[in-house]
Design a protein around this ligand. Structure first.
Ligand SMILES: Cc1cc2nc3c(=O)[nH]c(=O)nc-3n(C[C@H](O)[C@H](O)[C@H](O)COP(=O)(O)OP(=O)(O)OC[C@H]3O[C@@H](n4cnc5c(N)ncnc54)[C@H](O)[C@@H]3O)c2cc1C
Length: 439
């Protein structure tokens, strides 16, 4: 059996590892990856030097050799012929396969503003882009971050820890529009301002230009900002261009079934590039988050290894900590049709929103100080309640009256007992060192 894995990010590496764990007979695995395998999610910790660059890598050349994986690292897949089961690389080389996994992830996109490609403007999505930002952010420098979404918020602490001054610019009227609601955004905004972060929401950048070794942002209205570094985090796009004519069904991502298979039976897709099932809504969706990439990779890998594993779907979750304020949302957190309870303690600050469909919690949003133990605990419990979908019966009314007292409902509903036996592959996880390599 010849497996071809295209993309060496979280999804691709999890698939490789799972194939080696699950296969009964030794197979051939080939990895084609434009970049060396690393975790994008840990790049914020590299930015503030909490970890060395060597710690971002997930599978070294030595490990891949030990797993008996042939590698084409630094090469891109340029096209896929699914009829002939052949992938052509950007250097013209061709690789035949019996089955293949598309795991090419996504890339940062910049707002279509004149000057967005200028020398002082950076994205923060790849390791290379992270290196570019690391070289520029220093104590006393003024960083302007364009885009107040999840990715900006993952690097916010690091920029402040490096002693830089930070301004966040957002075209929407408020920050984190795709992660929290208006009330939550107001609280986070005030919290950040109290921690010295300037925020300009509802501000449309019209031009980015050089200003004597600094950079000037011009706006549709309001004063210019002159800064030293611009980080543009205005969204991402799935890396699908190379699949033109491949015959797989592409919507927002490569559409996959519950086995992570595309409409071409020997072609799978996983991670940011795949449009799979949402756990809560059951609808096809792209979740560009690490847990989905991991689970997709595991399920695709198990099926490629010959097991029959179905996937229940992925839970949308965003968790971020900014200046010691935890902010999280899970599942259908902005479902207008859900029955919604909120709780606000402005003085802490602490805020939550619980969204019910019938007596099940189908979405949740929570924010509070990281130092409040109950915030951290409740983040885990709310995630568990949404993930398990347990019926809460009369505990629903209890939560309506006591949105800050989640624990009794969590315990009474036996959510832990429901979640504990659940595993992605229907078996306990193996410790990393235990991965059997069938060679
Ligand atoms: C700064 C940052 C912080 C993040 N923080 C979080 C977080 O806290 N929580 C969370 O859940 N998620 C987070 N994410 C998102 C998470 O990293 C992604 O969802 C995850 O990396 C997706 O994994 P993937 O394997 O699908 O794709 P990727 O990790 O993007 O890997 C894709 C791989 O494919 C390669 N590739 C692309 N095109 C080709 C081609 N044509 N041929 C060959 N190879 C190709 C790429 O080089 C790469 O190696 C963060 C992302 C960033 C950038």
């Amino acid at each position: 059996m010849r497996h071809l894995i295209i993309g060496g990010g979280t999804a691709g590496i999890n698939a490789i590892r799972t194939i080696r764990e699950e296969e009964r007979e030794s197979s051939e695995i080939t990895l084609v990856s434009a970049e060396r395998p690393y975790s994008r999610m840990v790049l914020p910790y590299y930015l503030d030097r909490s970890i060395a660059e060597s710690h971002v890598f997930t599978a070294t050349a030595a490990l891949l050799a030990r797993w008996n994986v042939k590698t084409h690292v630094g090469r891109r897949a340029a096209s896929l012929d699914t009829r002939g089961s052949v992938c052509t690389l950007d250097d013209g080389a061709t690789i035949g396969y019996d089955d293949c996994l598309i795991a090419t992830g996504s890339s940062a996109v910049r707002a279509p503003v004149p000057g967005a490609d200028g020398p002082g403007v950076h994205s923060f999505w790849t390791l290379d882009e992270a290196r570019g930002v690391i070289a520029q952010v220093r104590p006393g420098r003024h960083v302007a971050m364009i885009g107040a979404g999840f990715i900006s918020f993952t690097i916010l602490n690091s920029i402040l820890a490096l002693g830089a001054k930070l301004t966040i610019v957002e075209i929407a009227p408020r920050i984190l529009p795709r992660m929290i609601d208006v009330t939550g955004a107001g609280i986070v905004e005030a919290w950040l301002q109290a921690h010295g972060v300037a925020i300009r929401a509802g501000a449309a950048v019209t031009k980015i230009e050089d200003a004597k070794s600094r950079t000037r942002l011009r706006f549709k209205s309001g004063p210019d900002i002159v800064c030293d570094v611009v980080v543009m985090a205005t969204g991402i796009k799935t890396n699908l261009e190379w699949l033109k004519g491949a015959g797989v069904h592409v919507n927002r991502g490569v559409v996959v079934d519950e086995r992570l298979r595309s409409i071409v039976p020997n072609v799978y897709a996983a991670g940011d590039v795949a449009e799979g099932r949402d756990l809560v809504t059951g609808q096809p969706t792209v979740h560009a988050i690490e847990p989905t990439a991991q689970e997709h990779g595991r399920v695709a890998g198990a099926n490629m290894a010959g097991r029959d594993v179905t996937y229940r779907g992925s839970l949308l979750m965003n968790i971020v900590e900014v200046c010691h304020l935890d902010v999280a949302s899970f599942g259908a957190w902005d479902d207008a049709k859900a029955e919604t309870f909120t709780g606000l303690r402005a003085e802490r600050p602490a805020y939550r929103k619980l969204l019910f469909t019938g007596d099940r919690l189908t979405g949740a949003m929570i924010l509070g100080r990281s130092s409040d133990v109950w915030t951290t605990n409740d983040i885990g419990m709310l995630k568990g309640l949404v993930q398990s979908g347990v019926p809460l019966g009369s505990w629903k009314e209890y939560l309506r009256k006591n949105p800050f007292d989640v624990k009794p409902a969590f315990i009474a509903s036996k959510t832990t007992a429901k979640l504990l036996p659940e595993t992605v592959l229907g078996r306990p996880a193996k410790a990393p060192g235990d991965t059997p390599v069938a060679v």
